[in-house]
Design a protein around this ligand. Structure first.
Ligand code: C2E
Ligand code: MG
Ligand code: MG
Ligand code: MG
Length: 279
């Protein structure tokens, strides 16, 4: 029954997003209020190193607890937030909260594990973003190497100069930058040499076909070949089966993330996972 009401909720939000302007406006208003009133929260998904599967990082993913109690996934509100510009405030909150939480865990004696945040590049201003990251770090006292920023490949397309400014600005702070959903955008060698990244995350649509789908396997192999030549760390996303994990290991992937290794966890459960680690 819970699953059914979940379905109904998703279609409600999807309908709201694609339907009438007044409903759209209401969603925007509710989201704006949520950003201002503590209606957002973060879940954390583990990233693990191959072959030993030690925890190598975690990704902070935003959720919206709607006033009616339902939890709304980012795919249902980030697109609206990008159109309205509200995404700037959301990403800024996520950045600060992820830094604050990570610093709090370290202060509590838990192992230092880098946290990654996703940044939307809808109408981005490199100086504003870099300034925001610098402030989040200094206000929370989190060391820059414990923060990573994920930028999607497709959003960097067509903004070559501003993207370079942004990536260089972030890396100058000592914060790592990775390309998210790699393989779904432009994915040329030229693109990877024009900007300097720390890691590439292979989109889960390619990982999905491992080990047998020859096309997807060839794409994963090609990405790993490019990454190796350029000395980039590669993370396989959306790993759901042991077969996929084994294939990624055999193909030379460095890290992986996916339901097989761990679902996105509320902060309290991520804290429990950190406690089980030796520091
Ligand atoms: P992403 O950054 O590529 O994050 C990975 C998404 O895949 C997450 O969905 C995660 O829950 C899901 N996932 C992880 N492992 C598996 C798996 O094994 N199988 C499958 N089927 N899915 C898996 P989520 O949390 O719904 O986030 C969706 C997207 O929303 C993210 O994709 C990211 O682009 C965006 N997003 C999330 N948080 C933020 C945020 O704070 N700011 C911005 N701008 N975007 C965000
Ligand atoms: Mg991501
Ligand atoms: Mg991704
Ligand atoms: Mg994505």
């Amino acid at each position: 029954h819970a699953k059914q009401s979940g379905r109904a909720r998703y279609s409600y939000f999807t309908a709201v997003m694609s339907e009438r302007a007044d409903q759209r406006l209401r969603l925007e208003g509710e989201l704006r209020a949520a950003v201002a009133d503590g209606g957002l929260f973060l879940v954390y998904q583990p990233k693990m190193r191959l072959p030993g599967r030690e925890l190598s990082g975690m990704e902070a993913l935003v959720r919206w607890r709607h006033a009616d109690g339902h939890v709304v996934p980012p795919s249902d509100f980030i697109p609206v937030a990008e159109e309205t510009g509200l995404v700037l405030a959301i990403d800024e909150w996520v950045l600060r909260e992820a830094c604050r939480q990570n610093r709090a865990w370290i202060d509590a004696g838990l192992p230092s594990v880098p946290v990654a945040v996703n940044l939307s590049l809808a109408r981005f201003d490199p100086e504003r973003i870099v300034g925001g990251i610098a402030r989040a770090l200094s206000d929370t006292g989190l060391a820059p190497w414990l923060l990573e920023v994920e930028l999607t490949e497709s959003q960097m397309l067509g903004h070559s100069e501003r993207a370079t400014q942004l990536i260089e600005g972030i890396r100058r702070l000592g914060v790592r930058v990775s390309v998210d959903d790699f393989g779904t955008g432009y994915s040329s060698l030229g693109y990877l040499t024009r900007h300097r990244f720390d890691a590439i995350k292979i989109d889960r649509s390619f990982v999905h076909g491992l080990p047998h789908a020859t096309g997807q396997r060839a794409v994963v192999q090609a990405i790993l070949g490019m990454a190796q030549a350029l000395d980039y760390r590669v993370v396989g996303e959306g790993v759901e089966t042991e077969e996929q994990a084994t294939a990624l290991l055999e193909l030379g992937c460095h890290e992986m993330q996916g339901y097989l290794l761990g679902r996105p966890l509320p902060a309290s459960e991520m804290e429990r996972l950190l406690r089980t680690m030796k520091s």
